[in-house]
Design a protein around this ligand. Structure first.
Ligand code: CTP
Length: 403
């Protein structure tokens, strides 16, 4: 099983003495933790302790060529499923809020697309200062999740707000934010289609749609983290290739169908997340269409329907467990129920893309999973969190069907 991957950033505050216990608890909860220390954190906790407890070499220096050669800082930023910063001192919060990248930790914060959680810790007056409030406000606006601080006796002798949350509270808040760790797809062969397809009109023009591929890629990563062997057939997207996933790039719906059918015999579960173009131009012109070739101010184009990829897989003699996705703008549940039946799917995931905040290119989603035994709605959260929940739910439904 692969756990969730946490980069644990540790700032230079007295609460850093609790981070060995935090690392232990994160590891016990199934997480793979790489600690990253700021320069001043070394005054409060040793790299030796954190390396021993995490089982990973502690990172501290942007200029450590040995460490950079084994996993460069950008690679580390991509590796992380979550960047957790505890303790986050007033100085560290200020540097994060201002987008500085003058050490490894602040550089990772800018370079990662993973959700960031900060657990502040500082003297009560520092916490109450307008500058700190301003920085916290800016970080929240930037999408950072702030947990704590809590009220209590402080190392400086004062009593008030500013104590870092206890490690067990940080772990439970982290789990609440990122979703449970799914370990339930060990050895299962998963195929994910993602992104749009592109249907050529001429050498410089094509028909496509607004799919970003984010939800499909998040599902491929969640299935990989749950232990599955994952293949990702992807249309053209601007996303980095997920590590540990076999990626098969395609452009058109016909190419996607061919790639899927090639793999479908060796697959246990298929997630059809791709927004496949329903139609393609009846022919792709070999040369750029010129305005001068047209007879008037309007032109028309004949389109022909693309084959339905999921329906083709469903028609195989021994199809995998099939999960379709439906992006709807009207009557989402009713349409999805009908679509599941029409395409002979085991389950379908529907979202209402008329709400642009959970639409095609957004980072969040809110979906309903419909299957033979009922439906479950997953409230609005990041696409990574939705992916984890869907993977957990589908692996349970798949196991039930197999028995
Ligand atoms: N799909 C597919 N092949 C196609 C079109 C869609 O496999 N040619 C899959 C998608 O990957 C998705 C599901 O079918 O999992 C639903 O896609 P959607 O575009 O909503 O379905 P359509 O059948 O095209 O229905 P609509 O009339 O709503 O466009």
């Amino acid at each position: 099983m692969q756990g969730k991957r946490i980069v644990l950033g540790i700032g230079g505050g007295i609460a850093a003495y609790k981070t060995p216990s935090l690392v232990r608890q994160l590891v016990a909860a199934g997480m793979d933790v790489i600690p990253v220390l700021t320069e001043s954190a070394h005054h409060f906790v040793t790299a030796t302790v954190l390396t021993t407890l995490s089982g990973n070499r502690v990172r501290a220096d942007l200029w450590d060529l040995d460490a950079e050669n084994s996993m460069g800082h950008i690679e580390l930023a991509r590796w992380a499923d979550t960047l957790l910063i505890a303790p986050a001192t007033a100085n560290l919060l200020a540097r994060l809020a201002h987008g500085q990248s003058d050490d490894l930790l602040t550089t990772l914060y800018l370079a990662t697309t993973a959700p960031t959680i900060v657990a502040p810790a500082m003297n009560v007056e520092m916490w109450n200062h307008t500058a700190t409030k301003r920085n916290i406000g800016a970080l929240k606006t930037d999408g950072v999740h702030v947990i704590g601080p809590e009220h209590g006796e402080q190392a400086c002798g004062e009593i008030g707000l500013g104590r870092m949350l206890e490690p067990e509270d940080i772990v439970s808040q982290l789990l609440a934010t990122t979703g449970p760790i799914s370990a339930s797809m060990e050895g299962i062969r998963v195929l994910v289609t993602a992104g749009p397809t592109r249907e050529s009109i001429d050498p410089v023009r094509y028909i496509t749609n607004a799919s970003s591929g984010k939800q499909g890629y998040a599902i491929a990563e969640a299935a990989r983290d749950a232990g599955a062997v994952v293949r990702l057939v992807s249309g053209p997207v601007a996303l980095p290739s997920p590590r540990g996933v076999q990626q098969i790039p395609v452009t058109t719906a016909a190419e996607m169908k061919a790639a899927v059918l090639d793999l479908a015999g060796d697959i246990d579960i298929m997630f059809g997340v791709a927004a496949v173009a329903d139609y393609r131009p009846i022919r792709s012109e070999p040369h750029k269409i010129k305005k001068t070739q047209q007879n008037g101010p309007s032109i028309s184009m004949d389109l022909v329907e693309n084959d339905d990829i999921l329906a083709s897989v469903a028609a195989l003699p021994d199809p995998p467990y099939l999960v379709g996705f439906a992006a709807e703008t009207q009557n989402p549940i009713k349409n999805a129920v009908h679509k599941r039946e029409r395409k002979c799917l085991d389950a379908i995931v529907v979202n209402d893309v008329s709400d642009r905040s959970i639409g095609f290119d957004s980072d969040e989603n809110e979906v309903t999973l419909l299957h033979a035994d009922g439906e479950t709605t997953f409230d609005r959260s990041t696409k990574a969190q939705i992916a984890n929940k869907l993977v957990s739910a589908i692996s349970a439904l798949y196991a039930k069907k197999r028995t």
